[in-house]
Design a protein around this ligand. Structure first.
Ligand code: FAD
Length: 455
């Protein structure tokens, strides 16, 4: 194989693309890295720097016994450039890894631009490139490239919006108040598929008022369709599922006739129909995550925590993921991607970053690292890496490529993705510690088995 046939094209110098470019270049592969900014802007990025953090400057927890902290430990073990630069530019933030965003992206830009194996091209990519390619063009992939992706995968397999409802850890739900039942199935209440949180009239009124006055995340101009609730274009845009706070502001009873309708449900404590009911639906096989049905929202995360804890049965709710509504281009990974991050259709075409359906800065860095390592492996005729589901990286990639398409939504690192421990551990911190220890030993064993370097 000539050097040229091993040249890899990477589209997008965000978190995933920058990590991928460096991993490949360090392994001796020539890389052509395309970045459209500053010529074409995304609407959210403000600079021409690589790996710009568009919103929060926090990469999440840095604690080993937290899901996001474990992910960073795994990335450090695998030699991630971006996590090492985040460590170098860290600011005091308790247990979290927050960075000075300007110096973080400046350092990334400098290292990538000066690497002898990386050629940076400031240009919008309009078509899917031929030859070995990693597409890491992010949640705000340009319109022209999005059209090409729609064509390549089929219109139904490219999404443009997240309308995500929050997810709660089941062991934080108070089952003395909430009850199991399926709608209209009064005979079989104890085994019902849903956990139901019943509102009295006064609890409902307080909740609706809180929702109406809650602080919302400011929408960008390119996200205005969310407020209008319209469907646009031929591809799968946002399909009319309004944020609950918008519904609540339309009328006092709008939620009670919408996502909180109580029909077919009786509270076993009173045998009566509650005024309103929030249904929680199981979200993972292990049964420790529950989705708040119909609760897509654009409230700030701190407001979601404060207001959703007013829901009867959720006073101590722990959130595995908060609700979100924003422009987010992502592919139907369970249908089109392999767990090694290359497409089923074309072996030398990889995807990395938010476009794969992985959420969170650290998760996006992880996909860049894995896509690059697997690209290097297939170009040298080695079997690609598919990390065990006991590792945070493995469980995330397993989720995005194996999840049911019925309600596939982007996912961030969380312990609910893990298979259960052999021994039941009640104490949450001890359980999480064990999850993390198991993950790290699996990661190291797997690297040794596959001959992959680690630190
Ligand atoms: C408004 C907004 C706020 C967010 N806030 C957070 C947050 O607080 N915390 C969090 O963890 N995540 C947040 N996210 C998600 C965040 O975008 C990702 O976590 C992360 O930036 C994604 O990394 P990435 O590498 O996939 O994409 P990006 O970092 O966006 O990088 C993609 C790059 O590709 C370039 N590009 C796009 N199309 C083309 C093309 N055709 N040709 C060449 N270049 C192209 C873009 O200019 C961009 O530089 C937010 C997303 C948005 C849209």
């Amino acid at each position: 194989m000539t050097d040229e046939s091993k040249r890899i094209t990477i589209v997008g110098a965000g978190l995933a693309g920058s990590e991928a470019a460096w991993q490949l270049a360090e392994r001796g592969f020539p890389v052509r890295l395309y970045e459209m900014r500053p010529t074409v802007q995304t609407g959210a990025h403000e600079s021409d720097k690589f790996a710009e953090l568009v919103c929060s400057n926090s990469l999440g927890s840095n604690l080993f016994n937290r899901a996001s902290g474990l992910l960073k430990t795994e990335l450090r073990t695998l030699g991630s450039l971006l996590i090492s630069l985040a460590d170098e530019t860290a600011l005091p933030a308790g247990g979290a890894l927050a960075v000075d965003r300007a110096s973080f992206s400046e350092k990334v830009t400098k290292i990538i631009s000066n690497h002898p194996k990386i050629e940076v091209i400031r240009q919008e990519v309009l078509e899917i490139p031929e030859g070995p390619t990693i597409i890491s063009s992010g949640p705000l992939t340009s319109a022209k490239l999005s059209q090409q992706l729609s064509k390549f995968f089929g219109h139904k397999n490219l999404f443009f919006f997240d309308a995500i409802a929050p997810i709660i850890y089941s062991d934080s739900i108070d089952l003395n108040i909430a009850f199991r039942a399926s709608r209209y199935d009064h005979e079989n209440n104890e085994n019902g598929d849903y956990i139901n949180c019943p509102f009295s009239r006064s609890e409902y009124d307080v909740f609706v008022n809180s929702l109406r006055n809650a602080e919302r995340i400011q929408l960008k101009s390119f996200e205005e369709e969310i407020n209008r609730g319209v469907s646009a274009g031929s591809a799968t845009f946002f399909e009319g599922c309004l944020p609950i706070e918008v519904l609540a502001s339309r009328g006092q009873e709008a939620l009670a006739f919408g996502p909180l309708r109580p029909v077919g449900l009786r509270d076993p404590r009173s045998s009566k129909r509650p005024h309103a009911v929030l249904q929680l639906r199981q979200d993972n096989l292990a049964g420790d995550l529950y989705n708040m049905v119909g609760f897509q929202t654009n409230l700030t995360f701190s407001e979601q925590k404060r207001i959703f804890r007013q829901i009867p049965g959720l006073a101590n709710a722990e959130f595995a993921r908060f609700g979100q509504m924003h422009r987010n281009t992502f592919i139907a990974s369970p249908l089109v991607l392999k767990p090694s991050l290359n497409t089923i259709k074309r072996n030398d075409l990889f995807f990395a970053g938010q476009i794969t359906g992985v959420e969170g800065y650290a998760g996006n860095i992880a996909t860049g690292l894995i896509a690059a390592r697997n690209m290097a492996r297939i170009l040298t005729s080695k079997e690609p890496l598919v990390f065990p589901v006991f590792t945070m990286i493995g469980s995330l990639l397993n989720y995005i490529t194996q999840a049911s398409m019925k309600d596939f939504q982007p996912m961030k690192a969380n312990f609910g993705l893990f298979p259960k421990l052999e021994d039941k551990i009640k104490n949450k911190n001890e359980r999480y510690q064990k999850f993390s220890e198991r993950a790290l030993s699996n990661l190291i064993n797997y690297c040794q088995m596959m001959g992959e370097p680690f630190l």
